[in-house]
Structures are given as C-alpha cells and as structure tokens.
Design a protein around this ligand. Structure first.
Ligand code: COA
Length: 174
C-alpha cells in the first residue's frame, strides 16, 4: 500500500493551499472525538503553527488523496517546551517543536507515520526535537520511544487540553 506513497514538503507560504487538506485529514482521524472542545480548536492550531515563518509540513499522498501529515516549527529560544523541565539545560538547545502527526486509519501500521516523521526531521538543523503526547495514550508514547524519544516531563498547556508527556530526541535522528 505504501509503494505509491508520495511525500511533499510545504512551508508557511503554502498554508492557504494546504489548510483545508489538513482540516479534512484531522476531521477524518478525529471523527469519533469531535465532541471534544479541544479537538474542535484544530483550525486555530493550524493557523497558529502555519503562521510561523519557519513552519514545515510534510503531507503523504496516495494519488490525489492526502493520507496523513506531520508538522512543526522551531521553538523560541528561552521558551522551548523543555525549559522548565530540564535543569541544567541541555548543552545544545536549538529545538524543533514537532506539533502534529496523524495518519488516516487505513494507512496505520504501514510505516507511513514513521516516514512522515523522518522526512519532516531530515532537513532540520536544530539540536533537539520536542513533542507532546497525551499521557492517556501510552501506546503512542511507546511508538515515539521506539523512534528515539524520551519522556522528560509532563505539561498541561491549556485548561481544556489533555495532560501531555513531553518527549525529546536529539537531532539528527538515531
Ligand atoms: C499516531 C499515529 C500517526 C501512529 O501511526 P502508526 O505508526 O501507524 O502506529 P499505530 O497507528 O499502530 O499506533 C501505535 C499505537 O498507538 C495506538 N494509538 C494510536 N493513536 C492513538 C490515539 N489517538 N489514542 C490512543 N491510542 C492510540 C495504536 O492503537 C497503537 O497501539 P498498539 O501498538 O497497541 O497497536 C496514528 O496512530 C494516528 O494517526 N493516530 C491518531 C492521531 C494521534 O493520536 N496522533 C498523535 C498525537 S501525539
């Protein structure tokens, strides 16, 4: 199934072109959880992340169909997600905030998610990548551990957001 998969990279300048695609994949992946107010805020998050001048997004296509995506942007120096959790700070601190990853159900367990992640990270020149994963999703956390991430703390960024495990990996990826 993944043989015809094509990965394409997009930037901040492409946001208007890809915005609806991201929303469509999200609405499919989270269809059963759209009564959750946090999930309903996804368009706001797309505009927030896509508004970053160094936003980077990889979308996987099978033919014309977008089957999944991964995106993020560099963290602001001094305000990286790990700042209040790591003392002393790591020696090298430039951090890419890996904000979103999702793949439509039919393309799960096909390696598509890992390909998206690797492709998103390959051109990065930061020292670290950081992500947040819902603490009630230990299997997703285990997946990220298998990709080299380690948990360094927990965060609850918004009152209506889940509690997240904060995970870090050194770049380039192992
Ligand atoms: C995360 C994702 C991209 C990984 O895809 P993948 O590499 O093909 O891996 P899988 O889909 O097999 O997921 C790995 C494990 O996490 C579990 N999992 C995935 N998404 C989950 C979710 N939203 N909630 C709870 N568990 C989840 C899977 O059931 C699987 O468990 P298993 O190992 O016991 O079978 C894909 O599962 C997905 O799109 N999930 C929904 C969106 C999501 O949760 N994104 C991550 C946000 S941090």
């Amino acid at each position: 199934m993944t043989s015809t998969l094509e990965l394409r990279q997009y930037t901040h300048d492409d946001l208007s072109e890809i915005r609806q695609t991201l929303l469509d994949v999200h609405d499919d992946v989270y269809a059963a959880q759209m009564d959750d107010e946090f999930n309903q805020k996804f368009p706001w998050f797309v505009d927030h992340w896509g508004g970053h001048p160094q936003f980077s997004c990889m979308i996987a296509y099978e033919g014309d169909k977008a089957v999944g995506f991964a995106y993020g942007a560099p963290g602001t120096e001094g305000r990286e997600w790990w700042r209040e959790h790591l003392d002393p700070a790591p020696e090298k601190t430039r951090t890419f905030h890996f904000s979103e990853l999702m793949v439509r159900e039919r393309w799960r367990k096909t390696g598509t998610a890992e390909k998206l992640h690797r492709a998103l990270m390959a051109p990065r020149d930061e020292d670290l990548a950081a992500l947040l994963v819902d603490v009630t999703h230990p299997r997703v956390q285990a997946l990220y551990e298998s990709w080299g991430y380690r948990k360094v703390g927990e965060r609850h960024p918004f009152p209506d957001s889940p509690v997240f495990a904060l995970m870090l990996v050194d770049l380039p990826l192992p």
